[in-house]
Write a protein that binds this ligand. Structure first.
Ligand code: FE2
Ligand code: FE2
Length: 243
């Protein structure tokens, strides 16, 4: 069922946009970020009625949608959204997709994450193929301004936040040519795959899904160890840390 849904989406978009890569990527990026909106909506609903508190997951999913937003902004800067019919198709599909994923996530969060893992895997393969086919052309063009701003010059907290398999600051893409831009986008999609896989694990603790939260925990443990060494009294160290 999940594979079928992904297959239909891919088949339709590939058929319509065979020779128009930027409009195709524009449509894909418009639709592909919608599941993150759906996860956020349902998690907000659970928070509102007092059922669950998963603030950490909200932060990570928002960072994922923020990353996909910048993929979309890049495609817009490249002219992918110029034709009204492409915008209409993308937005209509996004609306439909939103409600489908809300339904799946309400019934089975794990299936909804598996669904997105497959979508992100497909996105990785699509960009990888594009990079191989158009390497020479892409290397002759500069990176879009929005790509330089997001990947290199801006505040990179949100960029680090969606990459739950990495520690913050671990990945800093080169951003000179359009080839670099598509390499970064492709590699982002693989980081989304890893995050979606992590979300399906029952043992994933909500405090440690966020890479910043995990780094803070490790840092806290290190601080505690230093205090234990300095005081030579392991039993008293945690109390001093807390005070
Ligand atoms: Fe994307
Ligand atoms: Fe994606």
């Amino acid at each position: 069922m999940i594979r079928l849904l992904v297959g239909i989406l891919v088949f339709v978009i590939n058929g319509i946009y065979k020779d128009r890569p930027y409009p195709r990527f524009y449509v894909l990026e418009t639709v592909a970020r919608v599941p993150y909106f759906a996860y956020l909506s349902v998690l907000h609903l659970y928070e509102s009625i007092g059922l669950w508190r998963k603030a950490d997951w909200l932060k990570v999913h928002f960072a994922e949608s923020w990353n996909e937003l910048h993929h979309l902004l890049i495609m817009e800067e490249l002219g992918g959204s110029q034709f009204w019919a492409d915008r209409l198709l993308a937005r209509s599909a996004a609306l439909l997709y939103y409600w489908i994923v809300v339904g799946i996530y309400l019934v089975s969060p794990r299936s909804a994450y598996r669904f997105m893992e497959l979508v992100e895997e497909h996105a990785y393969a699509t960009y990888d193929k594009f990079l191989t086919e158009f390497e020479a052309t892409l290397k002759q063009q500069p990176a879009p301004a929005i790509a330089k701003s997001y990947y290199r010059d801006g505040d990179l907290y949100m960029f680090d936040e969606f990459q739950t398999a990495r520690v913050p600051s671990d990945r800093r893409p080169v951003m000179e040519t359009l080839y670099d831009t598509f390499v970064a986008i492709r590699d982002d999609e693989m980081e989304h795959v890893k995050t979606m896989a992590a979300c399906q694990k029952p043992e994933t603790a909500m405090e440690t899904l966020s890479p910043h939260a995990a780094a803070a925990l490790v840092h806290g443990a290190e601080t505690e160890m230093v205090m234990v060494t300095e005081n030579s009294t392991p039993e008293t160290a945690p109390q001093e840390t807390a005070s």
